[in-house]
Design a protein. Structure first.
Ligand code: SF4
Ligand code: SF4
Ligand code: FES
Length: 249
C-alpha cells in the first residue's frame, strides 16, 4: 500500500502588491499532524506536487497551542487557527488562504496592526500611575471575576474581524474583539476609571453603532468569547453616555 500523504493547495503572494497564485503540495501523513506541521514539512523540502522547486510558505505562528493568536488563516474557507486545525478533521486537498480583510505581507502572513490600533483607540489597558507602590487595588468579587474571565481569553487572532460583514479595509469599524476588551476593562474595579473615555471612543466613525449584529463573530471565535453579549452591554452603556452628554451641553 502506498504511504499516506496530505495534499495542500496554498494561495501564494510574494509581495504585498504582486498577483496571487496557487501551488499544490503533497507531504507525508503522520497521525495527529496539524496544518502548521504540514507547513513545516513544506519548508523542509519546498517542492510542489508536480516537482517544481519553490520557496517555503510564509506564515505566522508562535505558541502552537492556540494561545498567541498569530496563526489565523482561512482553512478550507473557514477562519481558524492553523495550530489547532488537525489534518485528520479536514477535507483534502486542504485549501489555505490568507485572511481577506487585512493587507497581505506575503503568502499566508497578513498585517493585523489595525486591531492593535483599535485597542489603543479604546485604551484597552489599566494605566499604571508611576512605579511606586500604590498599595492594594480595589477588590473584585468572585462573581465579577467569573463574568470578566471569558473576555480575558481573547488571543487577538482577528477571526471575528475577518468574518464580520461590517469590517473591511475601507471602514473604520472597530470590530468585536475591541468591544469585548472594552467590556473587560470597563467592568474592572480599577479599569472603570477610564470607562467614559472608552465609551466615547466607541461613538462616531467606526463606532459600536456600525455593528449589524450579524453574530458571525461569536460563531467563529476560537475562545468562545461571548462577543454579542459584550456588544449589547457596551452598546447600552454608549447610548446612556450619549444621552448624558446631550444634557451636559
Ligand atoms: S455582531 Fe456581526 S456586525 Fe457586529 S461585530 Fe459581530 S460579526 Fe460584526
Ligand atoms: S474575540 Fe475571539 S475571534 Fe476575536 S480576536 Fe479575540 S479570540 Fe480572536
Ligand atoms: S501558533 Fe499560537 S495560536 Fe496558533
Amino acid at each position: 500500500m502506498a504511504n499516506k500523504t496530505v495534499i495542500l493547495r496554498i494561495k501564494r503572494q510574494l509581495t504585498p502588491d504582486s498577483k496571487a497564485y496557487w501551488e499544490e503540495f503533497e507531504v507525508p501523513y503522520r497521525p495527529g499532524m496539524n496544518v502548521i506541521s504540514a507547513l513545516m514539512d513544506i519548508a523542509a523540502t519546498p517542492t510542489t506536487r508536480d516537482g517544481k522547486q519553490t520557496t517555503p510558505i510564509t506564515y505566522d505562528s508562535n505558541c502552537l497551542e492556540e494561545v498567541c493568536g498569530s496563526c489565523a488563516m482561512l482553512i478550507n474557507g473557514k477562519a481558524r487557527m492553523a495550530c489547532s486545525a488537525l489534518v485528520d478533521h479536514l477535507e483534502q486537498p486542504i485549501r489555505l488562504e490568507p485572511f481577506t480583510k487585512f493587507p497581505v505581507v506575503r503568502d499566508l502572513a497578513v498585517e493585523r496592526q489595525v486591531l492593535f490600533e483599535n485597542l489603543k483607540r479604546v485604551k484597552a489597558w489599566i494605566p499604571v500611575d508611576g512605579t511606586y507602590d500604590l498599595g492594594q487595588g480595589p477588590r473584585q468579587s468572585a462573581a465579577d471575576q467569573e463574568q470578566a474571565y471569558p473576555y480575558s481569553r481573547c488571543i487577538s487572532c482577528t477571526c471575528c474581524m475577518e468574518v464580520c460583514p461590517q469590517f473591511n479595509m475601507n471602514t473604520n469599524f472597530v470590530g468585536a474583539a475591541t468591544i469585548g476588551q472594552v467590556r473587560l476593562f470597563n467592568t474592572h474595579p480599577t479599569g472603570k476609571m477610564q470607562k467614559d473615555e472608552r465609551l466615547h471612543a466607541l461613538m462616531g466613525d467606526g463606532g459600536i453603532h456600525e455593528c449589524g449584529y450579524a453574530q458571525n463573530c461569536v460563531e467563529i471565535c476560537p475562545k468562545d468569547i461571548p462577543l454579542t453579549k459584550a456588544i449589547s452591554e457596551v452598546g447600552q452603556e454608549v447610548m446612556k453616555l450619549a444621552f448624558k452628554d446631550l444634557f451636559r451641553k
